[in-house]
Design a protein around this ligand. Structure first.
Ligand code: ADP
Ligand code: CP
Length: 310
């Protein structure tokens, strides 16, 4: 039976502009189609931190002259799914064309239910938009916007990031996979919705795509979860002189590092949490965390940090 992979692509690793993203996606598409040629069933999720921040800023500048917010975050998240989904779908389609492989690629606008009482609504941790200097960050903070230092790379706006509870389009995604499609779903972690008075409605938040990818991977009974980001390996003592890369590691061992606060909130921490959640959920499941550049080594399962129950 063919293996099922869920590949999660980082919003930061996708680059900061449509051109940069297009270029990065050519590399990623090659690795994805390599997997397809090996007979792997591939499903893709992607981040949207930089992109949703950029879209929100542009929307506010266009529509917000009288101080009213016209474009809610959920709608901005939906736009990011369309924008990234289009470029990704297009890049994979072109790679399939080049190799003469007849297969369909489809992006699914995905809603993900969150808990309206999730404590994350009171503690924003998801960095969005571009990086700022400390001075720029202070100005935003004075205007009532939450900001946070992001893994030594500068300051960014942060928004609430509630935990994903249920993927509303799960059955459609499964049907598409079963029918041989390469599916792009849960973009930006999915559009966050809550159930209120019998109706789903969008909320102001950005779900972590690594946690949604892990949820999707478990729900569709995947074998491997691949988290592609901007760094080759998960590190301990990150950014220090005694920094060390983690290779093959058990969930039990990496949990010890997690307890020691080795992984930064809003960047590596959710990836490691998602990795553990998936690997621990069933014997034989593997999570690989590595960079976009190493994506071509996924097939041999040699790249990056490889987390399993062992
Ligand atoms: N312990 C760690 N090991 C490796 N990278 C870390 C660690 N802690 C923080 N980071 C940072 O996290 C980044 C990945 O998170 P992020 O940029 O948010 O991912 P994404 O690609 O999903 O947007 C790395 O590029 C690195 O700068
Ligand atoms: N939504 C999300 O997790 O985006 P990033 O991958 O950009 O952080």
């Amino acid at each position: 039976m063919s293996k099922k992979y869920v590949i999660a692509l980082g919003g930061n690793a996708l680059g900061n502009s449509p051109k940069e993203q297009e270029k990065n996606l050519v590399v990623t598409s090659k690795a994805i189609v390599d997997l397809v040629e090996e007979g792997v069933e591939v499903t893709i999720c992607h981040g949207n931190g930089p992109q949703v921040g950029m879209i929100k800023k542009a929307m506010d500048e266009t529509f917000n002259e009288n101080g009213e917010i016209f474009m809610p975050f959920a709608e901005c998240g939906a736009m990011s799914q369309g924008y990234i989904g289009f470029q990704m779908q297009n890049a994979i389609k072109n790679e399939l064309l080049k190799r003469n492989i007849r297969k369909n690629v489809v992006s699914v606008i995905t809603e993900v239910e969150v808990d309206r009482n999730d404590p994350a609504f009171k503690d924003p941790t998801k960095p969005i938009g571009s990086f700022m200097t400390e001075e720029e960050a202070k100005k935003l903070e004075e205007a009532g916007i939450f900001v946070m230092e992001d893994a030594g790379r500068g300051y960014r706006q942060v928004v609430p990031s509630p935990k994903p509870k249920r993927i509303l389009e799960k059955e459609s995604i499964e049907n598409l996979i079963e029918n041989g499609n390469i599916v792009i779903s849960c973009g930006g972690g999915g559009i966050p919705v809550i159930l209120e008075n019998g109706e789903y409605k969008g909320v102001d938040a950005v779900i972590d795509k690594d946690l949604s990818s892990s949820l999707l991977a478990r729900e569709i009974n995947a074998d491997v979860l691949v988290i592609l980001t901007a760094i080759d390996n998960v590190k301990i003592n990150f950014g220090k002189e005694n920094e060390e890369s983690l290779g093959e590691i058990s969930t039990e061992e990496i949990k010890k590092y997690l307890k020691n606060d080795e992984f930064k909130k809003g960047s590596m921490l959710p990836k490691v949490e998602a990795a553990i959640e998936f690997a621990d959920s069933k014997e034989g499941r593997l999570t690989i965390i590595t960079s976009l550049e190493k994506a071509n080594e996924i097939v041999s399962a040699k790249a990056g940090t490889r987390i399993s129950k062992m």
